[in-house]
Ligand binder design. Structure first.
Ligand code: C2E
Ligand code: CA
Ligand code: CA
Length: 403
């Protein structure tokens, strides 16, 4: 691996003094290949030039093109890493971090002015060489026709991610997450085809495929002695027709899976014309004791209006308000408010995106009932679930207990 000292580093700041200071600090750390720019346009020219930087230290507050605009302009063209430098408040930094993430720019962290050499050294230590670019085929958009054929030909399959009770660590259920087993591109994630399905009238066929496979699977686990609840993602568009109600109740009976063990995770979609239309279907599903969860709570798609209108059983706090939520006062406040409103409405709370032990301890303290995330387990093939649950329970693979 190239040492950070060999990196081509670009310092972007409008204050000559700051540039000088940062370049000096970098050189003190042994960096030999440092260049500077005093405005965004000059920096962009370097990025697009023959020898683009591996790492950019970027000031947020600049008079012409500010740091936020600079990150947007960098967009997907830049393959290197980024360190933000700012005297601004944390919320602005968070916005910049989100933006960098949205553009898949690897952010090493931020430095607050006045910059200390130790801080800089820590961030430089986080530098890693860029991973090889994803095969272009995988990110290529698919056509509705291809997706339609894939559904017909049975190329969609479910992976399953465990959900555990926080107090005991016991596995309560799994969320079914669809993948496309593409003959050319391999296993393709749902972010590449769910919107396509919604826009081209394929979401009903897709959801039915996922649901049938999930219930058949729960039946098999149950026959093998493992009773699990299964959560299925349902688009509001699915809930627009009474056929869907008949379909779910039919499949539930066919596979002998009780409605109480079937969780429908509902998110709003921008495509929804009339949000009142699905209410009848939802009310009837609830009457039959299917479990309803509001997904991605805290994001624009899951709103208070939905909470008011739909008799949910479970609230899933979006991972944006779980992972590292304890590091930021605003995120923390939204997390706590979400738990609070769930309590008042008598809903169970599930924290999504529990990625590390710090997250796990945080949600224990905040009072979440259920948890899901990489810290517990990644989504896995159906065939791996039985063994994983057995191991998890037997070894009491000690998820740290409440303290
Ligand atoms: P979601 O419903 O929020 O599902 C959770 C997503 O978060 C999954 O991504 C999962 O792999 C990921 N995840 C789980 N734990 C962690 C963690 O600790 N950290 C992080 N960073 N991520 C974690 P996946 O499988 O790529 O699914 C993405 C989205 O696609 C889902 O988000 C859901 O909205 C949609 N989706 C998946 N399957 C279906 C489906 O059958 N129907 C519909 N309508 N949408 C689906
Ligand atoms: Ca979900
Ligand atoms: Ca979610």
């Amino acid at each position: 691996m190239a040492a950070p000292t060999q990196l081509r580093i670009l310092v972007l700041d409008d204050e000559p003094f700051m540039v000088k200071l940062l370049v000096h600090m970098l050189e003190r750390q042994g960096c030999v290949n440092v260049v500077a720019a005093s405005d965004g346009a000059a920096a962009l020219a370097m990025v697009r030039g023959a020898a683009p930087p591996d790492l950019i230290l970027c000031d947020l507050n600049m008079p012409e093109m500010d740091g936020i605009e600079f990150i947007r302009m960098l967009g997907h063209a830049y393959a290197g890493s980024l360190i933000l430098v700012s005297g601004e408040d944390r919320r602005l930094l968070l916005t910049a971090e989100k933006l960098a993430g949205a553009h898949h720019i690897r952010l090493l962290g931020h430095l607050t002015k006045p910059v200390l050499p130790d801080q800089l050294e820590t961030l430089l230590g986080r530098w890693r060489p860029a991973p090889p670019r994803r095969a272009p085929a995988a990110s290529a958009p698919y056509t509705a026709e291809e997706l339609g054929l894939a559904i017909e030909r049975g190329q969609l399959l479910n992976h399953y991610q465990p959900q555990v009770r926080v107090a005991s660590g016991r596995v309560m259920g799994v969320e079914a997450l669809v993948r496309w087993d593409h003959p050319r591109d391999g296993l393709v994630g749902p972010q590449y085809f769910i919107t396509l399905a919604e826009e081209h009238g394929l979401i009903d066929a897709l959801t039915r495929t996922v649901l049938t496979a999930a219930l058949a699977q729960v039946r098999r686990w149950s026959d093998a002695g493992l009773d699990l609840r299964v959560s299925v993602n349902v688009s509001m568009l699915n809930l627009d027709s009474l056929d869907f109600f008949d379909f779910i109740t039919g499949e539930s009976q066919k596979f002998g899976v009780a409605p109480e063990n079937i969780v429908l995770e509902v998110t709003e979609t921008r495509l929804m014309q009339d949000p009142r239309a699905p209410l009848e279907v939802i009310a009837r599903l609830r009457l039959r004791r299917f479990r309803l969860a509001i997904d991605d709570f805290g994001t624009g798609h899951a709103s208070f209006a939905q909470l008011r209108d739909i008799p949910f059983d479970e609230l899933k706090i979006d991972r944006g308000f779980v992972h590292a939520a304890w590091t930021d006062a605003t995120t923390h406040a939204i997390h706590d408010a979400s738990v609070g409103i769930a309590r008042k409405l008598g809903l169970e709370v599930l924290a999504e995106g529990v990625e590390d032990e710090d997250d796990w301890r945080y949600i224990q303290r905040s009072g979440c009932d259920l948890a899901q995330g990489y810290f517990i387990a990644r989504p896995m093939a159906a065939a791996a679930v039985l063994a994983w649950v057995g191991e998890h329970h037997a070894a009491r693979r000690a998820l740290p207990a409440a303290t």
